[in-house]
Write a protein that binds this ligand. Structure first.
Ligand SMILES: [Zn+2]
Length: 94
């Protein structure tokens, strides 16, 4: 898997921005690539965004909350679980 392929796979044919329903052009990592290597290619961590929403999410504090509101707490918990479990696995097999 490459970053480019991850973008292509998760955008699909007619991508729609999850926040404003305009045409999505980018996959945003809800948990950044720097924060979790395991979530780098995790589809659950992939948020379809249009150009403007993606810009705002990086520039405006609290904009991320909009995604949490849309996707729900269960989704956040699942994501955290994957992140935590991968760390655990990494430690065990080091
Ligand atoms: Zn948008």
């Amino acid at each position: 898997m490459t970053d480019k392929q991850f973008q292509i796979d998760n955008l699909g044919d007619k991508p729609v921005c999850e926040l404003c329903y305009q045409r999505a052009v980018v996959i945003h990592h809800f948990i950044s690539k720097g924060a979790s290597e395991r979530l780098r290619f995790e589809p659950l961590n992939a948020i379809k965004l249009c150009y403007l929403c993606h810009r705002l999410i990086h520039e405006q504090v609290g904009y991320n909350d909009k995604i949490i509101k849309k996707r729900g707490k269960e989704w956040v918990d699942k994501l955290n679980k994957i992140q935590y479990e991968s760390k655990y696995t990494d430690i065990r097999f080091r």
